[in-house]
Design a protein around this ligand. Structure first.
Ligand SMILES: NC(=O)c1ccc[n+]([C@@H]2O[C@H](COP(=O)([O-])OP(=O)(O)OC[C@H]3O[C@@H](n4cnc5c(N)ncnc54)[C@H](OP(=O)(O)O)[C@@H]3O)[C@@H](O)[C@H]2O)c1
Length: 319
């Protein structure tokens, strides 16, 4: 199995770029921030940048596009991924989903304009749309691929059954599934060991999704991989006993491996044989740099350290 980006395993998540979520416009400060973040991400070997049409109401893509326009040769050096399928407060409705043919075509064309590029390397269908017709998706994606606007297709927040259902209608292979996965959000893992256990009822993650992706070569991309900084300083005064113990263990292991707690946190995901690619979403260049050793630490992390982190974070022993 190869990663969709075919480069380093870390992905940079651009949801924090572009200023506030409201309708205000962006300026030079937001473009400079995007440039600094892209620089910091490339500095630790990141080649894949993850977007969505909705991030900051289009401003995340727009500031990124401004940086691409002013940085000759940058587009060819990076891999761009964006998503479509969510409508935020449009058509008199609150958040709803739209994977109709018309919506896919319209939203990808708008993303390309904002990103100031002719193509995205990967398009992810952001969330399952209950009204989706897989033949319409296949038609829209087929057209975008034939036009050279989309090179590969993936999904996000989908179960094994949903991916298989879509794949049946598609010519192109589904190459990635982006899910929330971290030490804090570990139901993807709980579900693999609590089969036939009463505690299993407490987990909603669909059984078999991890195994399906692994056996079909669908790259697992983990969003929320830094647990929004919960273990690494973002909420230090507000942690449960299990979270506090996990933060301490991450620091201790960082000392053992001569690295940062952020790298250990991501290494825990990357040691899993699913070859998970963490999506890193901090806009702080120093925090991005703190993730540099993740892959190296994953290679050195012992089974005892991996299980120790998991059981500490879950706050109870495994059955
Ligand atoms: N497919 C989906 O449905 C979906 C959903 C959500 C996100 N995503 C993607 O995944 C990416 C990452 O998601 P995420 O931002 O939720 O995850 P994350 O990388 O775990 O968290 C980053 C967020 O936590 C904040 N933070 C505060 N203190 C921090 C610290 N000490 N260390 C690290 N972060 C700290 C960051 O703020 P600062 O910027 O100030 O550091 C940033 O807002 C997004 O950018 C997006 O590309 C996808």
């Amino acid at each position: 199995m190869t990663n969709a980006n075919g480069r380093g395993r870390l992905i940079y998540g651009c949801m924090g770029l572009g200023g506030p979520w409201d309708g205000t416009s962006y300026g030079a400060a937001e473009i400079d921030q995007a440039a600094a973040v892209i620089d910091a991400a490339q500095g630790i070997g990141i080649g894949l940048f993850d977007h969505a049409d909705i991030y900051r109401n289009g401003k995340s893509e727009a500031v990124f596009g401004e940086v691409l326009a002013r940085s000759q040769g940058l587009r060819e050096k990076i891999t761009l991924q964006t998503k479509c399928g969510i409508r935020l407060g449009e058509r008199g409705l609150q958040t709803h989903y739209d994977l109709s043919r018309e919506a896919i075509l319209e939203r990808v064309n708008e993303s390309l304009k904002r990103l100031q590029t002719d193509y995205v390397d990967v398009l992810l269908l952001h969330r399952p749309d209950p009204l989706m017709d897989p033949r319409e998706v296949a038609d829209a994606v087929g057209q975008l691929m034939a036009e050279g606007k989309v090179r590969q297709l993936g999904v996000s927040n989908m179960s094994a059954a949903q991916i298989a259902f879509l794949q049946d209608a598609l010519e192109a292979p589904i190459v990635a599934n982006q899910l929330e996965m971290s030490l804090l959000r570990s139901d993807w893992l709980e579900g693999t060991v609590l089969v036939n256990h009463p505690a299993d009822a407490g987990y909603s993650f669909p059984h078999g999704t991890l195994e399906y992706c692994m056996s079909k070569g669908v790259e697992l991309q983990a969003y929320g991989s830094l647990a929004q900084g919960r273990y690494t300083g973002a909420r230090s005064g507000d942690l449960s006993p299990a979270e506090s113990a996990t933060a301490t263990m991450l620091e201790d292991l960082a000392g053992v491996h001569g690295t940062t707690p952020e790298s250990v946190l991501l290494a825990w995901l990357m040691k899993h044989p699913a070859r998970i690619s963490p999506v890193v979403g901090t806009t702080n260049p120093a925090r991005i740099s703190a993730c540099a050793d993740a892959a190296a630490v994953a290679g050195k992390m012992t089974r005892a350290q991996w299980y120790g982190l998991w059981t500490t974070a879950r706050g109870s022993n495994l059955p």
